[in-house]
Design a binder for this molecule. Structure first.
Ligand SMILES: [Zn+2]
Length: 80
């Protein structure tokens, strides 16, 4: 339930008032979902300004799976 929102940094971060509590929301650039910024929802990053990547945990999981499959295919292609 979003009572109010204002744009902060870019289109990817906004703060919302939910039940009188202000929380930071961030948009995953892969699945376009707005999620609360915390280490449960987002992948932590040392290089990012706010300490989190623009990629949510489930997209990261998916990304890693795809990469694993891709690597396997590359290995098989090289072997055969
Ligand atoms: Zn995502």
């Amino acid at each position: 339930m979003l009572l109010s929102s204002r744009s902060l940094d870019s289109n990817f971060i906004k703060s919302c008032n939910i039940y009188n509590k202000t929380i930071s929301m961030k948009k995953c650039k892969y699945c376009d979902q707005w999620l609360e910024v915390n280490s449960y929802n987002f992948v932590t990053s040392k290089t990012s300004k706010d300490g989190f990547e623009n990629k949510c945990k489930s997209c990261k999981k998916e990304y890693d799976k795809q990469r694993l499959i891709f690597n396997k295919e590359v290995i098989y292609a090289t072997v055969s």
